[in-house]
Write a protein that binds this ligand. Structure first.
Ligand code: SF4
Length: 352
């Protein structure tokens, strides 16, 4: 059987950040039971894997021994990309050495910003100096594939503070950047904080901040390959590429999504039930892999683009968008320009 991707949702955080609606709990006493449940599931599904991604939550709250035990239970091909999301404040040099020995070969740091006021506003537990020191330590202990997340258009962000964050990125030993625009999610503390909401940059500034980020990251050697993702040559995230290419992956853990044998399903957001079930309960989601979904995802991949051989009808429909600078036609594909990325949903509706 072809190997597929493995996503492990680690649902623990020290405390909740103001803007975040990802599923996580703050009771860290359950990590052992959680680890055993993950191992049970990986063995029961019995797939082979060629990418592994520990996401969360805060995967770096698991011990290196727990990470190692999970990886030992999985049938992992050689040269597999094994990523782990980390918070800059939750890892030490020794911890990084040990998770590297356990098999992790790619780190993704939730930096979000290199401006301390913005980090406080977001409710993050680290500061800019800690983030810089941790990334440098990761490089020192031998990681040569390190990503950082940045947030754009957060409350109080100015063009100047954004440029400072982007300048910091350029100086660090990073190979990959994910730059997401802040989304105010219902039910988060941010959604009801009038003061913070009033400080979110307006739509025009948000668009300009995104374009500035694309320009500065490009100048620093990070080529845009997806609407929100940028990589040095050869360092695109192989696991996340599976999502955008509509390839298969198994998700293990509460809130994890899967796409296997053409079926999309999710494990409920309930840690106790995940721990107490022999095999994780799953809820069926809409059928995956339709031509429309594939086209939508392909267009997100701005370097690969939408193949005109597969979607010939898009060529005529895209003419005006090309004239307006929102799309470009290259090597038999239609690709979003940075300006097009800002209105990607409308473009997809127009093309497909
Ligand atoms: S942003 Fe990350 S660290 Fe903060 S609550 Fe969400 S998952 Fe946890």
């Amino acid at each position: 059987m072809q190997p597929i991707g493995l996503y492990i949702h680690v649902p623990f955080c020290v405390r909740k950040c103001r803007y975040c609606d990802f599923y996580s709990v703050t009771d860290l006493s359950l990590t052992d039971l959680y680890t055993s449940a993950v191992i049970r599931n990986i063995k029961a599904y019995d797939y082979g894997f060629d990418t592994v991604y520990f996401g969360g939550g805060t995967p770096s709250l698991l011990t290196p021994q727990q990470i190692g035990a999970i990886l030992s239970a999985a049938d992992i091909a050689t040269d597999t990309e094994i990523s782990m999301e980390c918070n800059p404040n939750s890892v030490t040099e020794n911890y990084l050495r040990e998770v590297r020995s356990a098999g992790i070969n790619r780190l993704s740091f939730g930096v979000q910003s290199f401006d301390d006021d913005e980090l406080k506003m977001l409710g993050r537990l680290h500061n800019s100096a800690q983030a810089i020191a941790t990334i440098e330590t990761a490089k020192k202990v031998g990681f040569d594939n390190i990503s950082a997340d940045l947030m754009l258009a957060v409350s109080g962000q100015t063009f100047e503070s954004l440029r400072r964050s982007l300048d910091a990125v350029a100086k660090l030993p990073l190979t990959h950047i994910s730059a997401y625009m802040l989304k105010v999610e219902e039910g988060t503390p941010l959604a009801t904080d009038e003061n913070l909401l009033a400080q979110i940059p307006d739509e025009d500034d948000t668009a300009d901040m995104y374009l500035e980020a694309v320009r500065k990251l490009d100048a620093a050697g990070f080529e845009q390959y997806e609407i929100s993702n940028f990589a040095r040559d050869g360092f695109e995230c192989r696991h996340n590429l599976k999502y955008w290419r509509c390839e298969e992956y198994l998700g293990v853990g509460p809130a994890a999504h899967s796409f296997v044998n053409g079926n999309r399903f999710a494990c409920p957001k309930n840690l106790s039930s995940f721990i107490s079930s022999e095999i994780q309960e799953t809820i069926a989601l809409d059928e995956g892999g339709s031509a429309k979904e594939k086209a939508m995802l392909a267009l997100r991949l701005v370097k690969e683009g939408l193949s005109l051989a597969e979607y010939p009808e898009a060529e005529k429909r895209g003419e005006m968008l090309i004239k307006n600078g929102l799309l470009k036609k290259e090597k038999g594909t239609l690709r979003l320009t940075p300006e097009g990325c800002l209105v990607s949903n409308q473009i997809i509706c127009r093309l497909i």
